[in-house]
Design a protein around this ligand. Sequence first.
Ligand code: VGL
Ligand code: ZN
Length: 189
Amino acid sequence: MRIEDTDALIVVDVQNDFCGGGALAVPQGETVVTPINRAIGKFEHIVFSRDWHPEDHCSFSSAPEYRDGSWPPHCIQDTPGAEFRGDLRVPLDACFIEKGTDAHTEQYSAFSVPGLVEWLHRRGVTQVFLAGLATEYCVYHSTLDAVKAGFSVVLIEDAVHAVNEEAGRVALEELRRAGVQFVRSVNLS
Ligand code: VGL
Ligand code: ZN
C-alpha cells in the first residue's frame, strides 16, 4: 500500500503506563513501537494522542482488577508514566493531542478533542491510518470516529495491541464490519 500526501497516521496513546512496567500495562504493549516507527517515516501528516489525566480522574479506581471504565490511576499529567514510550520516534512537527484532561469526562477517542477533523481537512487528508494502544479501547473508539467523520480508514494490524486478546479480536471484527481496511506495517511504502 503506497502512502500519499492525502494520508495521515494517527498514533494512539503509546505511553509508558500502557507498556511493560506501566500502571495500566497492555500485555506486550511495547511491541507496537517497532511497526509504528516503521510507519512514521512514510507519512507527511502525523498525529499523536496522549491519555493525559488529572490526579482525580473519574476513571480511576483503587480496585485491583481492570473493568470497563474503571482503571488503576494511569497517565497522570506531567508524570513519567504519561510520557511517550522512549523508543517511539516522535517528529517535533507532528500534531499532539491530549485527552481525558477533564476530571469528570472519559475520552477514549482522539476525535473527542475538538479540532482534529478540521486539522486533517486543512491539510487535505482524506484517509487516516490508525495504530497504538489499546485495541479495544482508545484505538477502537478513535478508529470508529474516523469512519464517522467520513475518512477512509486503515488500521495497521501489527501496530495495535489489546488489553484482553478476545476483546481485541471482537473490536477488530466490528471495525472491519464498519468498513475499516487492514494492512501490515511492512506493506506500507
Ligand atoms: C486507555 C483505558 C484507560 C487507552 C486509556 O488508551 O486505550 N484505556 N485509558
Ligand atoms: Zn485513561
